[in-house]
Design a protein around this ligand. Structure first.
Ligand code: GLC
Length: 753
């Protein structure tokens, strides 16, 4: 790192300051298992967008200068971790028992051979992108030794499989309309958080840098992995965990957990870009009710706006502002409206004029308002890095609430732009100072979601429901995410599982994919299989692109309709289980959807398991992800598992071939689990939830069920009930109340075996 010899070190409260020949670097002990490594390359302070508030707590730790194997070393010890710091600010992490977990590589990087000028020219001539290798020149980087048995997880929404080993990824929020494939280095989200699993232990690395960054996980060389950024500081957190869940908890301790959402947001949702009139919305809503397919939400895509001007209403096609929202609301539908960041450049349009008058938009280096193009044509970009712009945006949510919107869908906030990417030097703000697009890009969506959240919270008072496409680490505090513009491809259905699992490990617990696929044409079989996966996704929304085949549940044949209804009904039955997971997740940071490796990390069969997942700890879902398949292999981790529908028993540690005709999605419950279910309703809260049915799977176990009003923040003041269920080895279940704060407890609790 070029800092040279370590001259001095000094303990200052939670920090240790290291003075080198050519600079100063720091460690900060956040808590017993989390240490921040900080080399101020650009600014002296962290300027984190992901972490809010002070996270460091008082920790008893020692700092000792030593000589080990001929080198000066400073040893920092907490109860759980030992960190050794050397010349050149090489930092190694050990478990308290002395096991080396993660060492900085001391050797020069050895990239694989570069292409010759001749090859580059030929490739370029045929139109290939030969820009690869940018990461070579990243000025901020850290290189870690790779021992050989590392598996890598996390990193948000990246394409490909669960384990990211041997690949390189970039963090640069990107709206790429082509079909996403494994070769894509970046998608819409930047979550520079990696979980490394080794036989000797597991830990997380959170590289808190908003600039374009890369994670090269053994692709360049099998001897090391590295991450680096185009600018900013070397500012990362080492998060140790005895087991993987502790690492996820540590990461979400820093960046925040997903707050409990309103209950209706867990219901089924219908969307399509192309519902372009009130008439069409009325028809969609009416068909749901007529066909008795439960549905809670209709999404209003860009057509409800007047000429795609944000915070306006298209009266010509959608009638009186909010009228249709009120109308479908009478049959139990909530409405979520899209709001993009691009503000139409048009004098006389109030939002544009207001923004210009108050200096709210990003500017060129010459100080002119910067203009690009999005749906409304020429558009300008609110500078969400300024508090007053976020406040203005938050205030504008009143307009959406006045239309009757119950939630807001923030899209195109990478930010997307039709006339090429915003130049690196377009000027935004980072609170108290100017900041170029290159530094703000990856947090633009995050800041927009935060502003939207604050507005909804202030003016609606309910738990805000925001769906965002772009995000940064920590956005889970404000918004739900979806994986953007997938396509109706089997490959995308397959990719959905590792994507949702890695999003969950990256803190983004409330996530979903466009069920049925957004682009391209869905088929009846694909829709069936996707709804089977969707029923277990935290966000369960069927969405498709304008121009593609319609893919609402009834658009194909009777059988497809039945299968859709069946799985949507199953979701409504399982709502209390999902809701419980969200409530628990707010406290622990553990996701709803989990790869098996999260709970069975010692089992090698889980390390690369891409087509199964857990919902919480108790349900194992093995969706069919291949066209034509009527059976599939299912891996069962340790323990006894029961088929959720038939009760058939399976033993763990084995693969079994399981039958899965089109109307079956294999789901299993772990022995001892008790899964709460409710009566199916056409929408959440259609009738009071007065009966809880607990589906009991034999074995010893404890389950805590949560109940509240499903809407506001009263639960934070204790307005909730907690029921504890205990099952003994003979299958006997008893229950007791752990907390009574919500006035409408169940009238009846039934056990179903
Ligand atoms: C983007 C979104 C998509 C939306 C469309 C029109 O492509 O990702 O979900 O339907 O824009 O607003």
């Amino acid at each position: 790192m070029g800092l040279g010899k370590l001259c001095e070190f000094e303990k200052q409260a939670n920090k240790v300051c290291f003075t080198y020949e050519r600079g100063t670097a720091y460690l900060e002990i956040i808590c017993e298992n989390i240490v921040n490594v900080f080399l101020p390359c650009e600014t002296q302070d962290h300027r984190s967008k992901a972490i809010e508030g002070e996270k460091a707590i008082p920790v008893d730790f020692s700092v000792t200068g030593k000589r080990e194997q001929g080198a000066d070393v400073v040893v920092v010890e907490t109860e759980q971790l030992t960190v050794k710091v050397f010349d050149d600010f090489y930092v190694d992490f050990y478990k308290a028992d002395g096991t080396l977990l993660c060492a900085d590589s001391r050797k020069e990087r050895k990239p694989r051979p570069a292409l010759s000028e001749k090859s580059l020219a030929v490739l370029k001539a045929e139109g290939h992108d030969v820009s690869g290798g940018e990461s070579l020149s990243y000025p901020v980087q850290t290189v870690k030794v790779m021992d050989g048995d590392e598996k890598f997880y996390g990193l948000g929404d990246k394409t490909g499989f669960l384990n990211k080993r041997d690949y390189e990824y970039e963090n640069w929020n990107s709206d790429i309309p082509q079909a996403h494939t494994d070769s894509f280095k970046a998608l819409y989200k930047s979550v520079p958080f990696l979980i490394t699993l080794k036989s000797c232990g597991v830990f997380g690395l959170f590289f808190d840098n908003t600039n374009k960054s890369c994670f090269n996980l053994g692709k360049e060389n099998e001897g090391y992995y590295f991450y680096g950024a185009a600018a900013g500081n070397l500012d990362y957190y080492f998060i140790y965990g005895e087991k993987m869940p502790e690492v996820v908890k540590g990461y979400t301790y820093l960046t925040g957990t997903t707050p409990l959402p309103q209950l209706w947001t867990l219901g089924f949702q219908q969307s399509r870009w192309g519902y372009d009139s009130a008439e069409m919305i009325r028809e969609i809503a009416g068909t749901y009710r007529k066909l008795l397919i439960p549905c809670d939400v209709i999404h209003f895509d860009i057509d409800y706006m007047d000429g795609y001007r944000v915070f306006t209403w298209n009266e010509e096609d959608f009638g009186t502002p909010g009228g249709i929202i009120e109308e479908i609301g009478r049959s139990g539908f909530k409405t979520v409206c899209i709001v993009d960041p691009g503000v139409k450049r048009e004098q006389g349009y109030a939002k544009y004029d207001e923004g210009v008058a108050n200096d709210y938009y990003a500017k060129t280096p010459e100080g002119e308002v910067y203009v690009n193009e999005v749906w409304p044509g020429e558009a300008v970009y609110p500078d969400f890095g300024k508090k007053e712009v976020r406040d203005w945006w938050a205030d504008n949510q009143r307009c959406m609430l006045s239309f009757g919107a119950s939630g807001i869908w923030n899209d195109m906030n990478e930010p997307a732009s039709f006339r090429g990417e915003l130049p690196a030097d377009v000027m935004f703000t980072d609170e108290d100072r100017p900041s170029p697009h290159s530094a703000v890009h990856n947090v633009y969506g995050h800041l927009m979601a935060k502003a939207t959240y604050d507005g909804l919270k202030k003016y609606d008072g309910k738990r805000p429901f925001i769906i965002t496409r772009a995000c940064y680490a920590g956005t889970q505090k404000y918004a739900t995410v979806w994986t953007g513009d997938n396509q109706s491809l089997w490959a995308h259905l397959q990719m959905a599982v590792p994507q949702l699992c890695n999003l969950g490990l990256s803190g983004l617990s409330f996530a979903g994919t466009d069920v049925g696929g957004f682009g391209a044409d869905c088929t009846p079989e694909l829709l069936c299989r996707w709804v089977e996966l969707g029923a277990f996704s935290p966000l369960f929304r069927n969405h498709s692109s304008n121009g593609s085949i319609f893919q609402e549940p009834w658009r194909f044949d009777e059988k497809t309709l039945e299968i859709n209804r069946k799985f949507i009904c199953l979701r409504y039955q399982l709502l209390p289980y999902f809701y419980d997971l969200f409530w628990k997740g707010e406290k622990t940071g553990l996701p709803v959807i989990r790869p098996l490796v999260l709970h069975y990390e010692k089992d090698p069969n889980t390390w690369n398991l891409n087509d199964e997942f857990l919902v919480g700890e108790h349900l194992l879902v093995a969706p069919v992800l291949t066209q034509g398949a009527q059976k599939r292999m299912v891996y069962f981790p340790e323990g006894i598992w029961y088929d959720f529908f038939t009760g058939k028993e399976y033993s763990g540690g084995e693969y079994d071939l399981v039958s899965a005709p089109l109307d079956v999605c294999p789901v299993f419950a772990k022995a001892g689990s008790m899964i709460p279910t409710w009566e199916v309703m056409q929408y959440t809260g259609e009738k009071p939830y007065d009966t809880l049915k607990l589906k009991v799977f034999k074995g010893e176990g404890v389950y805590v069920h949560y109940q509240d009003n499903g809407a506001d923040f009263a639960y934070r003041d204790g307005a909730y009930n907690l029921y504890e269920f205990r099952q003994d080895a003979s299958g006997e279940v008893c229950h007791r109340m752990l907390q009574e704060g919500y006035g409408t407890p169940y009238r009846k609790i039934e056990y179903v075996r």
